[in-house]
Design a protein. Structure first.
Length: 454
């Protein structure tokens, strides 16, 4: 089944009034290049476009060009840009209290959000028998670092097992567990050297080779047991689906085997769901597909849909490893529990509660994946087409006539925003808003397939 033609209202389709990037984007990009550190924004003749406003699945650049955001702005805009419920909550809060004193005199919404996150995670998983407690942060990597600190306090062991291809952020703690040399190498002699890496098993699509999946799982288990025999490891940190690592989906037995391993060796299982959490895979969390309950879960991105906020949620019996505050918090920040961000998060979670199941992310994602595979079956250089929910990855061979990076540039010129992923940027990643109209996605995916078949 190939992606079908689109009959969606023209107001949601790309509309380009200049070449991309246009003159205003180029001017503003030159300004940025002069004044921003050179390591951040890549500026070329084909990118970036400088964004000015957004709504739903669309973003507009400074030249007035309308794009379809097939990246959900790094997975943040899962409920669409400028979601009305979130925007209303922000407006109300902005008139009342835009900033508070997070660990000294917090705003009223901080406690409400922590309670909501407990109910959504450990209380839901346990039928109300187990409570969760929360460490709030600003960026996703801060949630990871809060989890790493928690594991150290609880187990009194410094070592953490992570996975090849992993990406957990670029703060020094998170960077130590990120297996990407391009990020690690410049700072290697400052890292804590407490992490070791195991292979991340993957399943290939569309044909699932059970023998190969079993072999990869066994290879992973052997490595895990070798590391456990060394001693000193207190936690396993894992992405249920690797995002920046290449939209990599593991075999079904992966998380249950990790849970059993952690239980055997009295380690904590930390699920990094910053990318996969909040219905991105068609469930509240990716761990829900396997029924595995982690000891700590890290959230971010779609948690607010627009503002910096992250959370490390842990079982209460684990979180009591932190000493009770006597007036000086040992893990905090100036903007901890910012009222605007908390308001956005509470509104976002309420929206997910109301419409999450009705979005049919799992079912629609499977149908879109089948269409993509069919459309790309004979495309030269396409090595694999995989997906789960609204995470799609098109892996290209090294000698493909069009690389994922070049594909993104061509798509941008047509008004479609996509990103690359994988250790060598070998994967074209499509991560659209969960609220995007299905007919619009059919049309956009057909455009993607047409570019790759050229």
């Amino acid at each position: 089944m190939s992606p079908r033609p689109c009959t969606t209202p023209s107001a949601e389709l790309p509309e380009l009034i200049t070449r991309v990037p246009g003159p205003q984007s180029k001017r503003l990009a030159r300004l940025l290049k002069r004044h921003e550190a050179p390591t951040v924004t890549f500026v070329s003749e084909r990118a970036p476009v400088i964004l000015e406003r957004a709504s739903g699945v669309n973003v507009w650049d400074a030249d007035g060009n309308r794009f379809v955001d097939l990246a959900s702005s790094f997975g943040v805009a899962s409920l669409g840009h400028m979601n009305p419920a979130i925007t209303r909550a922000l407006r109300r809060q902005a008139w009342r209290l835009p900033h508070a004193m997070g660990d000294v005199h917090p705003g009223v919404l901080k406690g409400r959000l922590c309670r909501r996150l407990s109910k959504l995670t450990f209380e839901r998983w346990s039928g109300g028998r187990t409570k969760g407690q929360v460490l709030l942060g600003n960026s996703g990597f801060e949630a990871v670092e809060a989890a790493l600190k928690t594991a150290r306090l609880f187990t009194r062991r410094r070592g953490v097992i992570a996975f090849e291809g992993s990406y957990h952020g670029l703060g020094y703690g998170a960077l130590e567990t990120t297996a990407r040399p391009e990020f690690r190498t410049p700072f290697a002699n400052q890292l804590g050297r407490f992490a070791a890496f195991a292979p991340y098993p993957r399943r290939r699509f569309p044909a699932r080779d059970k023998v190969e999946e079993t072999r990869q799982l066994q290879k992973m288990e052997k490595r895990l047991e070798e590391l456990a025999a060394r001693g000193g490891f207190g936690a396993v940190l894992v992405e249920p689906v690797q995002g920046r690592g290449g939209e990599v989906m593991p075999p079904p037995g992966f998380l249950p085997k990790l849970r059993a391993f952690c239980d055997r060796h009295r380690m904590l299982l930390i699920a990094d769901e910053i990318y996969t959490g909040l219905w991105r895979t068609g469930r509240w969390f990716a761990v829900d597909h396997s029924g595995v309950i982690p000891d700590l879960i890290c959230l971010g991105k779609a948690l607010t849909g627009c503002l910096p906020l992250s959370a490390c949620v842990g079982r209460r019996d684990v979180m009591v490893a932190w000493p009770e505050s006597t007036g000086e918090a040992i893990h905090t920040s100036t903007f901890l529990g910012n009222p605007l961000a908390c308001a956005a998060a509470l509104a976002s979670l309420e929206e997910f509660e109301k419409i999450g199941p009705s979005l049919r992310v799992e079912e629609n994602g499977e149908e879109l994946l089948v269409g993509l595979r069919d459309a790309l079956r004979r495309a030269n250089g396409v090595r694999d087409v995989r997906g789960l929910g609204y995470i799609f990855g098109i892996e290209m061979a090294p000698d493909a006539p069009l690389s994922p990076t070049a594909t993104c540039a061509r798509l941008l010129a047509k008004g479609l925003i996509a990103l690359t992923s994988g250790p060598k940027n070998e994967v074209l990643a499509l991560v659209p808003p969960l609220t995007a109209p299905r007919l619009l996605l059919n049309a956009c995916f057909a455009q993607v397939a047409a570019v790759l078949r050229q």
